[in-house]
Design a protein around this ligand. Structure first.
Ligand code: MG
Length: 246
């Protein structure tokens, strides 16, 4: 069952969303050659605490950090560490917080210094794929209209959509129903209703869609080790369009 949130609940999710947004805006300014993802993680944890929230990822199934930091061929769930970012890298930062019992989740991919034209294009297409998906998050549409829009946008540009990870409902827990794949058939899936809260999150690969998990048990990488990008917003399904909460 996909829960419909009340106005009060949506307002609380939006408060959590403001924290997520602030963290991503601030972190993106710190990203530069020479900084480590551990340093970014420490900054994120501090900002989240100062804003009266709690990092939702830390301790989630044993995850050791407040953000996921996934570099280049890493798709999602990269564990922050001591490796220094270098010019030409791309970095996906995923942040989830809980504030007053409500959750929000978002991700961005940023470039470190100047990056290749190919990397820049992958980032742009992934961001635009998220927009294409969000545009379908309106009352009366079907859930997999969102999935289809993302897949269609992406594959038309020669990229592939990761199958092994999906978006999700969110609100009183970080992961609620439904699962939101980034691929699917138009006109299928549950009917969308105003007040549903969805975390839509395309993960887009430069090469093939297959991924594998590294020995740390968390980090997902592309099997062909080509680049991957990730964007995510928590949105509220509206009458005509989605409202972004992060
Ligand atoms: Mg998510």
């Amino acid at each position: 069952m996909i829960e419909i949130k009340s106005e009060r609940e949506i307002a609380l999710i939006e408060e959590a969303g403001k924290v997520v947004k602030a963290v991503l805006c601030k972190l993106s300014k710190y990203v530069r050659p020479g900084i480590t993802t551990s340093e970014l993680d420490a900054k994120a944890e501090k900002i989240i605490g100062e804003l009266g929230a709690r990092p939702a990822f830390k301790g989630y199934r044993g995850f050791p950090a407040s953000i996921c930091a996934s570099i280049n061929e890493q798709v999602v769930h990269g564990i922050p560490g001591k490796a220094r970012l270098k010019t030409g890298d791309i970095l996906s930062i995923d942040v989830g917080v809980e504030k007053d019992g409500f959750y929000a989740d978002a991700a961005i991919t940023v470039s470190v210094g100047s990056v290749s034209k190919e990397a820049e294009d992958l980032i742009k297409v992934t961001k635009d794929a998220l927009c294409a998906g969000m545009e379908r998050a309106a009352e009366g549409n079907r859930l997999f209209d969102i999935s289809h829009a993302i897949q269609d946008y992406t594959e038309n540009r020669g990229y592939s959509v990761v199958r092994d990870f999906v978006g999700h409902g969110i609100g009183k827990a970080m992961h609620e129903e439904p699962e939101i794949p980034n691929f699917g058939k138009q006109g299928t899936g549950p009917r969308l209703k105003k007040g549903m809260i969805l975390a839509i999150e395309p993960m887009i690969n430069q090469g093939a869609h297959e991924v594998e998990i590294l020995e740390d048990g968390w980090t997902a990488v592309t099997r062909d080790r080509k680049l991957s990008a990730h964007f995510e917003h928590t949105v509220c399904v509206g009458e005509k369009k989605a409202r972004i909460l992060t």
